[in-house]
Design a binder for this molecule. Structure first.
Ligand code: ADP
Ligand code: ZN
Length: 772
C-alpha cells in the first residue's frame, strides 16, 4: 500500500525517526516518511511537510499527524521540507478531526485542511524579522577585533539593553545601517536571529467596563448548577431553555467569568448572522480581550486572532461554526447559543454540524457544554427529555416583562384593497399606524428577497426558470438599472403585472442573472406577468402607505457590503429608522426596547417546503421574531398574517407554547421514524447527465436493499426536490436507522460494493439539515 516497490537510491542517509503524514484527499490512509537528521528538530506533529508522493515522486503537501521511532517494514521515502515554523493544530484538534472524518465520511486530511484557516496556514498578519542581541562580555574572545565608530555606538546601545532587539529598530535608534549591525555579528560581538512577529496589530481592547448584573432567581438557579459542574470538573451537557429576553447571555457571561478566573478559556459559538459588533461588545465589556472568528474577517485579522488564541493570550473566543476548531490550549467551557440554528451545519465537505462537534469536543476535553435556545432543536429537546442533557429553564423575561401578545390576521378573510399592494393587510396597516403614532418602532418579517417571486406566462402557464437550476427566477428591481428601459410599468391589479426592463431576473440558487424577458421563454408568445411578494415590493408598499416614515430593508441584497448590517442595526437602535423590515436576518439578536410592534407578513412561507423540519423552522422563526417585541417599558405586540391560522404550528407559536409544539412534533417524528428518533443519512447524487445520475442512484438503491440489515429504513432513490442545480441533475436517497453504527456500516458496505459510474458525484450527508 505504501510504495514498497519504489527503488530508493543506495546512498540514502539514516532516518532519525518516522513521520506519519496524511493528505488533503478523500482517503483515510496514513503514510509514513523517514525524517532526515537535519530536519529532526523541525518535524513535529501539527506542521505541514513537503514530501514525495506516488510513483512520480511529485512533491506534495501533507499534514504530519504523528511521529514514531518504529521503523516500518517497507522502505520509506524521506521528508523533503518542513513548511510551518509552529504547529498548526494541537493533539486534541487532531483527535477531533479524526473523529469528524470518520463520522461525516470524508478524508482525515480533508477535514484538517478545512478546519485550519488559510490565514493561519499562510501566517497572514505575521512576518519573519531579524533580531539582534549583544554577546555578553565574558563570552567574547580575548582578542577582539576593532570596531568602527558607528559599530561601537550600536554595540553600546545593545549592551545597555540586554536581550533581543528588532534589528530595524536598532538601526533607527542609533542612526546606523543594517550593514553596521551585521558587521557586529560577523566580528562576534552580537548574534542574529530570525523570528516571526505580528505585523498586523488588532485594535487594542480596553479593560472590562461592565460589572456582572444581579441575577434573578431563575438565572441564579441555572448558574448554580453550571458552576457546580465546573467545579466538579468533567464533561456534562446542559440545555439552557430560556424564552427570548430571559437573560441567557447573562448566565453565559457569569459562567465564563468563573472559567476565566480559574485561568481557563471559554469558547462561545453563535450563528454567523448573530455575530454583530453589538453581540461581541457584550463580551468585550465584561472580559476586555475577546478573539472573534467569523467568515468576514480579513486574512490578517483571522491569522492574528488564531495565533492569539493558540498562544493563550485571550481568555474568550466568540465565533461562528468554524470557531469549534479554535486552537485553545486550556479550554474550560463551550457555549453554543441559538443551538437550533441550521447555519451551524456546514453544507460542503466536511459536512459537520458545529453544535454536534462541540459536544464531541467537550467530551474529548472533559469539560461542560451549554446549549442555549428559546426554541431548542428537537434533537436537543429529545436529549434533555431522555436525561442525556440536563435541562435548565429560564421561563420568564427579566424584570418581570411579559412575552408580547400575538394576534392572528386571517388573510383568507381580510378585505384587500384593489391594486398591486397586498403585503400589508388593513388590520396590520392600522396597527403600524398606531405604533408609529405612539412613538414606537416596528419590525416586519418577510422571508423572501427580491421584488416579484414569479415570472409567469398566462398563455402557456410556464414560469421563467433558471437555465442551470430547476427553480423559478425572482425579479429584482434593485439590480443595475438598464439604459434600455421600455417605459413605466403598468399595474394591472389582480392579474399580475408587467415590468419594465430596468431590473434583473435572478436565480436564488446559483446567482444566474438575466434581463427580464418580455415574452415567455418557453412558448415565445405570451407576455409575462409578474407575481409574488418579496422584500423589495414590500419596500415600495411601505413607502406608499407610510410616506415620510424612515424604513430600512435588511436582507442579503441590502447587506452585501461589509458593515452595512451593523450600520442598519445601529440606525434602528438609535431611532433613525422607524420601520425595519426584511428576511430572517432581522429576527435575531435585536434588543430594542422601543419596538412595540412586530408584524409577520407571510407566516406560512416555509410551512410547506418538502422538508420534515418545515414546521420546526417555522415555529422557531416566529418565536424568534416575536421575541423582538415588548422588551421595554412600553410593552408590545405581534401580528401574524397567515392563510393557515389553524395549523398547529401557527396556533402554538401564537401562544408561545414551545413545549406543546415540541412534544407533538417529537411524537410525529417518532411515528415516521424521522430524526431525532432515528439517525438520518442523505446520499446525494449529481451528474451533468440526467440518465447517468438516475442510474447511479438506482444502483445505490439496489445495493442498499442487498446490504439491508434489520432496523434500516430507506426512502428513495428519487429525484431531489431541486432536481437540477447549477447545471447538475440531482437524485437522493434517505437512509434511516436507530443506530449510528448500523447506519455507518450499511453505507460503508454499499460504498465498497458500488461500481462507479463515470461523471456521477456522490455525497454522503450525515445528519443532514438541507433537504432540497
Ligand atoms: P436572551 O439572550 O435570553 O434573549 P439577554 O441575555 O439578551 O436575553 O437579556 C435581555 C436583556 O435583559 C438584556 O438587555 C440584558 O442586559 C438584560 N438582563 C439580563 N439579565 C438581567 C438581570 N438579571 N437584571 C437586569 N437585566 C438583565
Ligand atoms: Zn440557477
Amino acid at each position: 500500500m505504501l510504495f514498497p516497490d519504489v527503488n530508493l537510491p543506495p546512498e540514502l542517509p539514516e532516518a532519525v525517526g518516522y513521520a506519519q503524514v496524511i493528505f488533503n484527499r478523500p482517503l483515510t490512509t496514513v503514510f509514513t516518511y523517514a525524517i532526515p537528521e537535519e530536519l529532526q528538530t523541525e518535524v513535529v506533529a501539527g506542521k505541514r511537510l513537503i514530501v514525495p508522493l506516488g510513483r512520480g515522486n511529485a512533491q506534495a503537501i501533507g499534514f504530519c499527524v504523528g511521529i514514531t521511532d518504529v521503523k516500518p517494514e517497507f522502505k520509506t521515502k524521506f521528508v523533503t521540507k518542513v513548511i510551518d515554523s509552529d504547529p498548526l493544530f494541537t493533539p486534541e484538534l487532531l483527535k477531533m478531526t479524526q473523529w469528524l472524518a470518520d463520522y461525516y465520511f470524508c478524508g482525515w486530511g480533508q477535514a484538517l485542511d478545512a478546519v485550519i484557516p488559510a490565514a493561519a496556514k499562510a501566517q497572514a498578519g505575521s512576518r519573519e524579522k531579524d533580531f539582534i542581541a549583544a554577546v555578553p562580555e565574558p563570552l567574547l574572545p580575548i582578542a577582539t577585533p576593532r570596531l568602527s565608530k558607528k559599530q561601537a555606538i550600536a554595540l553600546q546601545y545593545l549592551r545597555d539593553r540586554p536581550g533581543q532587539h528588532l534589528a530595524n529598530l536598532v538601526v533607527e535608534e542609533t542612526d546606523c545601517s543594517l550593514a553596521v549591525l551585521w558587521g557586529l555579528v560577523e566580528r562576534g560581538y552580537a548574534t542574529r536571529e530570525k523570528r516571526r512577529v505580528e505585523t498586523h496589530l488588532l485594535p487594542a481592547k480596553g479593560l472590562p467596563t461592565q460589572q456582572p448584573l444581579v441575577l434573578n432567581q431563575h438565572q441564579q438557579d441555572a448558574l448554580a448548577v453550571i458552576i457546580k459542574q465546573l467545579e466538579a470538573g468533567g464533561f456534562h451537557s446542559f440545555l439552557l431553555y430560556g424564552i427570548t429576553g430571559s437573560g441567557k447571555t447573562e448566565v453565559y457571561l457569569q459562567a465564563i467569568d468563573h472559567v476565566v478566573r480559574a485561568g481557563k478559556q471559554a469558547l462561545v459559538m453563535v450563528p454567523e448572522i448573530s455575530l454583530t459588533p453589538q453581540a461581541v461588545q457584550r463580551f468585550e465589556a465584561r472580559f476586555g480581550s475577546v478573539a472573534v472568528l467569523h467568515s468576514h474577517l480579513t486574512d490578517a485579522d483571522r491569522g492574528s486572532h488564531w495565533r492569539r488564541i493558540a498562544t493563550g493570550k485571550v481568555p474568550v473566543v466568540v465565533g461562528a461554526r468554524s470557531a469549534i476548531f479554535a486552537p485553545t490550549a486550556n479550554l474550560g467551557l463551550i457555549i453554543v447559543d441559538e443551538e437550533h440554528e441550521s447555519s451551524f451545519k456546514q453544507e460542503a465537505t466536511p459536512r459537520y454540524h458545529g453544535r454536534d462537534l462541540a459536544i464531541v469536543r467537550a467530551k474529548q476535553e472533559g469539560i461542560p457544554i451549554i446549549l442555549g435556545s428559546a426554541t431548542p432543536s428537537l434533537e436537543s429537546w429529545n436529549n434533555a427529555k431522555k436525561g442525556t442533557y440536563t435541562q435548565l429553564d429560564l421561563p420568564e423575561r427579566v424584570s418581570g416583562r411579559p412575552l408580547p401578545p400575538v394576534g392572528v390576521i386571517d388573510m383568507r378573510h381580510e378585505k384587500l384593497p384593489p391594486g398591486p399592494y397586498k403585503a400589508i393587510s388593513p388590520s396590520l396597516e392600522s396597527a403600524i399606524k398606531q405604533a408609529l403614532a405612539a412613538g414606537g418602532q416596528v419590525i416586519l418579517l418577510l422571508n423572501r428577497r427580491g421584488f416579484d417571486t414569479c415570472l409567469f406566462c398566462p398563455d402557456c402557464g410556464q414560469t421563467v426558470k433558471c437555465k442551470f437550476c430547476d427553480v423559478a427566477m425572482t425579479y429584482h428591481r434593485g439590480g443595475k438599472p438598464k439604459e434600455t428601459s421600455s417605459g413605466p410599468q403598468t399595474a394591472s391589479g389582480y392579474k399580475g403585472e408587467q415590468r419594465d426592463m430596468s431590473g434583473l431576473a435572478v436565480c436564488h440558487y446559483c446567482g444566474y442573472e438575466i434581463n427580464p424577458p418580455k415574452r415567455c421563454t418557453t412558448c415565445g408568445v405570451g407576455s409575462l406577468r409578474y407575481y409574488g411578494l418579496g422584500t423589495e415590493k414590500l419596500e415600495e408598499e411601505l413607502a406608499i402607505k407610510f410616506p415620510g416614515i424612515s424604513a430600512a430593508r435588511m436582507d442579503a441584497d441590502a447587506t452585501k457590503k461589509t458593515g452595512s448590517h451593523a450600520k442598519i442595526f445601529k440606525a434602528f437602535q438609535n431611532g433613525e429608522i422607524r420601520i425595519l423590515f426584511g428576511t430572517q436576518m432581522i429576527a435575531k439578536g435585536l434588543d430594542v426596547p422601543t419596538v412595540t410592534l412586530v408584524g409577520v407578513v407571510y407566516a406560512d412561507q416555509a410551512l410547506h417546503l418538502p422538508d420534515f423540519r418545515a414546521s420546526e423552522r417555522t415555529f422557531q422563526l416566529l418565536a424568534q421574531v416575536a421575541g423582538r417585541a415588548g422588551r421595554g417599558d412600553h410593552g408590545g405586540k405581534v401580528l401574524v398574517q397567515t392563510f393557515h391560522p389553524d395549523h398547529p404550528c401557527i396556533k402554538l407559536a401564537v401562544k408561545h407554547d414551545y413545549r406543546t409544539f415540541a412534544d407533538a412534533e417529537l411524537a410525529s417524528r417518532s411515528l415516521h421514524q424521522f430524526p431525532p428518533s432515528a439517525r438520518l443519512a442523505r446520499i446525494i447524487f449529481r451528474c451533468r447527465d440526467a440518465i447517468r445520475v438516475q442510474k447511479a442512484a438506482e444502483r445505490w438503491g439496489l445495493l442498499l436493499q442487498v446490504h439491508l440489515p434489520k432496523g434500516i429504513k430507506i426512502l428513495g432513490p428519487a429525484e431531489a426536490p431541486l432536481k437540477k442545480l447549477e447545471g447538475w441533475y440531482r437524485y437522493h436517497v434517505l437512509v434511516l436507522s436507530g443506530s449510528v453504527k448500523t447506519l455507518h456500516g450499511t453505507i460503508r458496505a454499499v460504498q465498497a460494493a458500488y461500481e462507479t459510474i463515470e461523471g456521477v458525484e456522490i455525497t454522503v450527508d450525515i445528519d443532514p439539515v438541507g433537504m432540497l
